[in-house]
Design a protein around this ligand. Structure first.
Ligand SMILES: *Cc1c(COP(=O)(O)O)cnc(C)c1O
Length: 225
């Protein structure tokens, strides 16, 4: 199936109000262009160096989302153009993003990555750590960032009841954080979870932004998880 057809097939399954991030990591620019010609504008990448190569050769109206683990020393390379950073997992990272954003005269939208999966290797705040960070309050002084919501990855397992429970945990955290810290911030509205294999569960559990790679672009040329 053509990328354009797979993209349309995925989009047909998304309820209104659920935004699609097409995860193009490890796929060549030609493939991204095909999705672009089919109307897709929001793309997700998880390696700074790869994003730096792809961004200048794609049209300016592409919205690039950074979805991978971000090292503070690399923020400067994406700060001029990135439209949403999904992977904020510490106050230190958030404040560095803010500093770089200000340098470039920007305010960068960010999601708080919450760790709910079993895998030790996945990044993110625990729910408790994230609450502590929000409680502490210094984030309110960061003029270069805007917190837009939460992001997570569920365990990669067959037990769908656990996947449901992990997503629900993040939904509940979002709801509480919204009330406690973001009542006056309508922009704190994004619940980003769900990938190719679990996005229908994620949507049932309140996701309004899904990150889908394989179901659109096919298997990645190189293993990259
Ligand atoms: C690669 C990746 C995805 C997309 O995964 P697929 O299984 O290819 O849909 C989503 N989110 C993150 C954070 C990723 O790194």
């Amino acid at each position: 199936m053509l990328i354009a057809d797979k993209l349309q097939a995925v989009k047909a399954t998304l309820p209104q109000g659920v935004e699609l991030v097409a995860v193009s990591k490890y796929h060549p620019v030609e493939d991204i262009k095909e999705a672009y010609r089919a109307g897709q504008r929001v793309f997700g990448e998880n390696i700074v160096q790869e994003l730096r190569v792809k961004q200048p050769v794609m049209p300016d109206d592409v919205e690039w989302h950074f979805i991978g683990h971000l090292q503070t020393n690399k923020i400067k390379y994406i700060a001029p153009f990135v439209s949403l950073i999904h992977s904020v997992d510490s106050f230190k990272l958030l404040s560095e993003i803010s500093r770089q954003a200000i340098k470039f005269g920007r305010r960068i939208d960010c999601l708080l990555q919450i760790h709910v999966a079993e895998e030790e290797t996945k990044f993110g705040f625990t729910v408790e750590e994230c609450r502590q960070m929000l409680d502490e309050g210094s984030w309110r002084g960061l003029a270069g960032v805007r917190l837009r919501g939460v992001m997570c990855m569920a365990s990669n397992i067959d037990d769908t009841s656990q996947v449901h429970a992990e997503f629900r945990r993040v939904f509940d955290f979002f709801t509480q954080a919204k009330v406690e810290f973001f009542v006056d911030a309508p922009e704190f509205s994004i619940r980003c979870y769900g990938m190719s294999h679990d996005y229908s569960i994620a949507i049932e559990e309140g996701s309004n932004m899904v990150r889908i790679g394989t179901a659109i672009f096919g298997e990645r040329p190189t293993k990259n998880e």
